[in-house]
Design a protein. Structure first.
Length: 450
């Protein structure tokens, strides 16, 4: 590591020292706030801030085009987006991103127009973001802040030529790290696909090879064992709604696990606002079927092992099926996720409202009782090997992400001098942002009872 020849004390203790020839400026001296509303609905490409990247939302085929997008703000390449809302709950998400494509994004986010190298400022704010500098600045119930709250925040500013060199160097090194990270993420998706296929195959074809088959009546489902039966979910599910139990533990529904107890004290895990008054939340009893109706198309549902409360916008059912463990594994297989996707209609980006009447017409495949037991035991023995492999790869990704974050922070804060380093030709590689892979957290929607 090559250090600068001389340093001076910075205005932030966590920052320590910065190179003597660098300036310290207020954020408002390096960027200005902008908010251009999409008043004529002339721009329809919806963008989203996800894990520090501004990505395109391409799932606009479920009625979203009819939505009024005039309240969104127009953003353009070189802008920097900051999500400075709900600071008291979500301490994990990355809250800044550099815009690379023209589009629209929610007006709840802050849009900055840099006066210095936009990519340098993006890297710098990313480093601040990782250091959680923005937390504790907010006020109000949901601790949301705006530009006025951060405009006098100090930022170190090298000479322009040095900003450009820092960007060139970091783009090179970050691309190398992203290449490795993306390979690992693809490995995770591959293992997850094998895991889901193993469960789906067991609950649609059974465990015995070369048995007579029959057409299921559903095109993408294909054939099922001839001696199995199918019934409609309306024959199994009875909707229930019981409220006024705020003393019970708060539950969550996540895609990869189903129903879990929510740790309300864990700021790293809580992404969603928790109201003070929980009397309107619905009671869930152990053995009941719970669905996040906005995320059913992703698989956010399952049989609950706990008694507690969930968002009032959720569906809760009693289940008239003897082997609830089999029902849980079967209904959460990717086969049924497809069914729930077909039964959902779009109302907003990434959230499709499950229609109760359509859902109850979904067919459920029923093997004989002894085969249900055997399938459950098979799944229990099979899944751990996939889960262990996934966790191992995720740990490797975490190490690479930590290296990347430290490299960025060390360079944009002047701990490493890269002025005289020659950057070779390389292929620019962005970090893959895949909502289906990474966004396993539920989105709480507090709304009217269905």
């Amino acid at each position: 590591m090559v250090e600068y020849n001389s340093y001076k004390k910075s205005s932030y203790d966590w920052l320590g020292k910065i190179p003597s020839h660098w300036e310290e400026k207020f954020l408002e001296q390096t960027a200005s706030e902008k908010c251009i509303k999409n008043v004529s609905n002339s721009v329809i490409q919806v963008l989203s801030l996800s894990y520090g990247e501004i990505i395109k939302k391409n799932d606009l085929n479920k009625g979203l085009i009819a939505q009024d997008l005039s309240t969104y703000q127009v953003i353009r390449p070189g802008d920097i987006i900051m999500r400075l809302t709900d600071l008291q709950n979500d301490h994990r998400s990355l809250r800044t991103g550099l815009v690379k494509d023209e589009g629209i994004i929610t007006s709840a986010y802050l849009c900055l127009v840099p006066r210095i190298d936009s990519e340098y400022l993006h890297y710098l704010l990313h480093a601040y973001d990782v250091q959680k500098v923005f937390y504790g600045m907010g006020g109000g119930v949901r601790q949301s802040i705006g530009f006025k709250d951060i405009r006098h925040m100090y930022v170190p500013v090298p000479p322009r030529a040095e900003q450009d060199q820092i960007v060139r160097f970091l783009d090179w090194k970050v691309s190398k790290a992203n290449t490795l990270i993306n390979i690992k993420k693809k490995e995770i998706k591959s293992v997850e696909s094998l895991k889901h296929s193993a469960v789906s195959d067991a609950v649609t074809h059974g465990l015995t090879a070369d048995i007579p088959m029959k057409y299921s009546g559903v095109k993408w489902l294909g054939d099922i064992p001839a001696h199995w039966t199918t019934i409609k979910l309306r024959q199994l599910l009875s909707s229930v709604s019981e409220k006024n139990h705020p003393e019970l533990p708060l539950l969550s529904v996540v895609r990869e696990q189903g129903v879990i107890v929510r740790d309300v004290d864990d700021k790293e895990a809580n992404h969603n606002y928790i109201p003070d008054d929980l009397s309107g939340y619905k009671m869930v009893k152990k053995g009941q079927f719970v669905m996040n109706k906005m995320k059913a198309w992703q698989g956010s549902y399952g049989i609950s092992d706990y008694t507690g409360i969930v968002s009032p916008a959720y569906f809760i059912f009693d289940v008239a099926f003897d082997n609830l463990e089999y029902f849980h594994y079967a209904i959460r297989s990717k086969v049924y996720v497809n069914f729930f996707a077909q039964a959902s209609d779009g109302i907003r980006v990434g959230q499709w409202d499950l229609q109760m009447d359509k859902m109850k017409e979904i067919p459920f495949i029923v093997p004989p009782a002894d085969e249900q037991i055997a399938i459950v035991e098979h799944i229990k023995k099979t899944l751990p090997k996939y889960d262990e492999a996934i966790e191992k790869i995720k740990a490797e990704v975490a190490v690479l992400e930590e290296y990347k974050a430290k490299l960025i922070a060390d360079i944009v804060t002047g701990k490493i001098d890269v002025r005289n380093i020659t950057v070779p030709e390389y292929e620019h590689v962005d970090d893959i942002v895949d909502d289906d892979l990474e966004n396993n957290e539920e989105t709480e929607i507090d709304g009217e009872e269905a």
